[in-house]
Design a protein around this ligand. Structure first.
Ligand SMILES: Cc1cc2nc3c(=O)[nH]c(=O)nc-3n(C[C@H](O)[C@H](O)[C@H](O)COP(=O)(O)OP(=O)(O)OC[C@H]3O[C@@H](n4cnc5c(N)ncnc54)[C@H](O)[C@@H]3O)c2cc1C
Length: 408
């Protein structure tokens, strides 16, 4: 008998929801995706351009996750055959713009990475790759790219097995016998074999007792009109911010980070903070672009306290607290809400991490052999904070599903 469910519900139409929908739909599962706005990619996933690059520092798990998800997602996007105007493999330069960053990029360059993944370049080579004069040495990622988020999300959800229901605000999820039911204003709107929560910071507002330890991080991106000089920029340039090559006469310059400002209106000071980042690329470039801000966009990242996404099957947190398992309990004896999964907390790199995690989730749901390193998958366990809170540190590191991993 096949282990594949027949139907799935997804809550949230950002990159996490859309890529999870696609991963399930390509396995023959009928997916209904609910989005509260009129369009998919309307919140964090709605910037004009998303940069696809990793930030790595050493051989730690976070760097491994960043690199693996970046390489996976670039290959995945290539298979989608997106319109070339919406997906541009332009490469990316990470500048050694201060002593700490220079030491980091030198350390990364000394690790054994293939040259087509990353390489150290001096300021002359960096300038020639960028198309403008740069004064810093850099780490160059030749495969890095930018993608148009809205076109990407529309493309992913155009699959024949996906039905998108926009202007639908999900207020509740209930487990009823073997099915997951979702409600809007107390009205049952859909039921399915499995449900996936992919609504970022609003995961806590679905009537469930979840302990996710996520927080909203405000970000503002500035949109700049190109100049004759800036039009020559060929690759993404990055210091503690990023500048994209032009798209339709515009650059994206980003982004700010704030955990104590939840205002969704554009802020002039944030534009100035973004412009200030340009100074670390090149003072003449800052001078050239500083009067060219023509707009911007504010949205909110969803970040977990350890910066790893939350991906996998959920435990019933009320039962966990009411009857804590023994420290040596086996995973199959825990109070799973079978069929209820989550894919959230993609922080600042959702366009690389979410598709990677969507593939993991589809493999978990369909009980397929894993392609992700199992140790990395365990770090994503969405129950880790709840289990740690009741002292079950060993279980917090377990595979994120009631069904053990199959290794390929
Ligand atoms: C300024 C800024 C710049 C960024 N730049 C980059 C970048 O260059 N590269 C990169 O990889 N990442 C970047 N990021 C991060 C990236 O945007 C996020 O990681 C990613 O968009 C998260 O996707 P998501 O699907 O988890 O969340 P979201 O895109 O926020 O999607 C969640 C969706 O759920 C919907 N929803 C919520 N509640 C409900 C409900 N109850 N019912 C129905 N629908 C609901 C929302 O309307 C929303 O559409 C940036 C973020 C910011 C803020």
């Amino acid at each position: 008998m096949s282990n594949t469910p027949k139907t799935a519900i997804i809550i949230g139409g950002g990159i996490a929801g859309c890529s999870t929908a696609y991963a399930l739909a390509t396995r023959g599962i009928k997916v209904t995706l609910f989005e509260r706005h009129a369009e998919v990619a309307s919140e964090a996933s709605g910037n004009p351009q998303a940069m696809l690059y990793p930030r790595i520092s050493g051989e730690d798990a976070a760097s491994q996750f960043a690199l693996d998800s970046y390489l996976y997602s670039l290959e995945f996007f290539k298979t989608l055959k997106l319109n070339p105007a919406d997906f541009n493999v332009c490469g990316m330069l990470q500048l050694g713009f201060n002593p700490r960053e220079l030491a980091r990029i030198q350390k990364v360059a000394a690790q054994s990475h293939a040259e087509d993944v990353l390489k150290y370049v001096d300021s002359d080579e960096a300038s020639s790759l960028a198309g403008i004069d740069l004064t810093h040495d850099a780490l160059y990622f030749p495969k890095a790219a930018w993608v148009n988020p809205q076109q990407l999300c529309h493309h992913l959800t155009a699959h024949e097995n996906i039905s998108v229901k926009t202007l639908n605000n999900v207020s509740n999820i209930l487990k009823n016998n073997d099915l997951l039911e979702i409600y809007s204003e107390d009205i049952l709107i859909e039921k399915a074999d499995v449900a996936i929560i992919a609504n970022a910071n609003d995961a806590q507002n679905l009537g469930l007792n979840l302990y996710l330890k996520t927080q909203a991080v405000r970000g503002q991106v500035s949109i700049l009109e190109t100049t004759d000089i800036s039009q020559k920029i060929k690759s993404i340039i990055c210091s503690d911010g990023y500048l994209s090559p032009e798209d339709n006469g515009e650059h994206s310059l980003g982004a700010t980070f704030s955990v104590d400002n939840m205002d969704d209106r554009l802020d002039e000071e944030d534009h100035l903070a973004n412009l200030f980042k340009l100074k670390s690329f090149s003072l003449p470039l800052h001078e050239n672009l500083k009067n060219n801000i023509k707009g911007g966009r504010v949205s909110f990242r969803c970040t977990s306290f350890d910066y790893f996404p939350l991906v996998g099957e959920l435990l019933d947190n009320s039962l966990l607290k009411a009857k804590p398992p023994r420290p040596n309990a086996q995973p199959n004896s825990l109070p799973w809400v079978k069929g209820l999964y989550i894919n959230v907390a993609h922080g600042s790199r959702g366009f690389t991490s979410a598709p990677f995690c969507a593939e993991l989730l589809a493999q978990v749901i369909c009980q397929e052999p894993l392609t992700m390193n199992v140790e990395l998958a365990c770090l994503l366990n969405p129950n880790r904070f709840a289990l740690r809170k009741i002292g079950l540190k060993r279980l917090a590191k377990m595979f994120p599903s009631s069904t053990p991993a199959k290794i390929s």
